[in-house]
Design a protein around this ligand. Structure first.
Ligand SMILES: [Zn+2]
Length: 345
């Protein structure tokens, strides 16, 4: 192998190793492996090498891995490959109770209001929690408050992909908790990172932490999102993960078969000043599924306020308009406070 070929081989091998989690749990062919590495078309690259050189390298890598005894190991069946999983979580007796993760949720710090689901949902080590939302509607405030509320009891890693420069300013508003150590650091760790393969490396190296990812682009294939959740959970041990996801609109969530929801233990939706418990797999005292809350964000995005449970407006059914005009029952908000709907009944 000449130098150039060897270089292409090692780059391809590294890249495929990083993206291999996307191919787990299914038979795949060389073309799939090329696709997850982004090798497409036939146009030569700027440096003169051709996509075909990389395709050849993928074939070589796959051949070597299926004749390998060190990770990653592939099983080969004709032209198809399967990633052989060699690390498993072994369960011992009486582990369930001790494996609970005492997670502290964001709350209305000034007015003592709270999301009631926080009292009942059960979070277990290795869980991944999802939070989806459109635009910039409180997702970062949620992520930041998860870090703040948990940094005294747990090791917390907050992975931020944008607006890192705003952190100092936002955190300067935190006056309900001392978030600084004696030597002037935050009590939680902040990592700036955009690439999702690196997110998984962070999870692997912080496997006992609360690892919060703010944020993951979820506009891609929901199958890939599911694989990401699974890979994230597999890399955790005593820790848990939280994935803040971005989607273009609520409609994207409403379609069935959303993989992130399947692979998460709790899935929350943030939309237009409302938080919805889309899924809570395990709970103690009452079923929080489909519970809905209104909230405000106060003091420069640093905190939540005026949290209250609400339900869809009985007149406009959440649509905000009724018979062509702004709904008079809910004043165009689409929801009414729960206390109000009780009176109605
Ligand atoms: Zn209404």
């Amino acid at each position: 192998m000449n130098d150039k070929k060897a270089g292409i081989y090692s780059r391809t091998s590294d890249q495929l190793k990083e993206r291999l989690y996307l191919l787990k749990g299914q038979w795949f062919v060389k073309g799939d492996a090329c696709e997850v590495c982004g090798i497409v078309g036939n146009m030569p690259y700027k440096n003169g090498s051709r996509p075909q050189d990389f395709r050849d390298a993928v074939g070589q890598v796959l051949y070597n891995w299926s004749h390998n005894m060190v990770d990653p190991v592939l099983e080969q069946n004709g032209k198809r490959y399967w990633v052989i999983e060699r690390e498993f979580k072994v369960v011992k007796p009486n582990m369930a109770q001790s494996k609970r993760f005492n997670l502290h949720w964001p709350r209305g710090v000034d007015d003592k209001t709270a999301f009631s689901f926080a009292e009942t949902v059960v979070v277990t080590q290795g869980d991944v929690i999802g939070l989806g939302g459109e635009g910039n509607r409180g997702k970062s405030t949620f992520a930041l408050n998860m870090a703040i509320e948990n940094c005294e009891e747990h090791n917390v890693t907050l992975v931020v992909s944008e607006n890192v420069h705003r952190l100092d300013e936002r955190l300067s508003y935190v006056d309900w908790k001392n978030i600084f150590t004696e030597d002037g650091n935050w009590k939680f760790e902040v990592i700036e990172e955009k690439r999702e393969e690196r997110f998984l490396d962070i999870a692997r190296s912080r496997k006992n932490n609360l690892v919060i990812l703010d944020w993951l682009d979820a506009s891609k294939d929901s199958y890939l999102i599911g694989q990401f959740y699974r890979a994230f959970s597999e890399r955790l041990d005593k820790g848990i993960g939280m994935v803040i996801q971005q989607k273009r609109s609520y409609k994207d969530w409403a379609v069935g078969g959303e993989a992130a929801r399947d692979y998460s233990s709790i899935f929350l939706l943030l939309q237009e000043g409302k938080l919805v418990v889309d899924k809570a797999k395990v709970y103690d005292y009452f079923d929080p599924n489909a519970k809905m809350y209104r909230f405000d964000i106060a003091k420069n995005g640093s905190r939540f306020a005026n949290i209250a449970e609400v339900s869809d407006c009985p007149q406009c059914k959440g649509r905000k308009h009724y018979q062509g005009t702004k709904c008079g029952r809910c004043y165009g908000k689409g929801y009414i406070s729960l206390a109000e709907s009780d009176i109605e009944l």
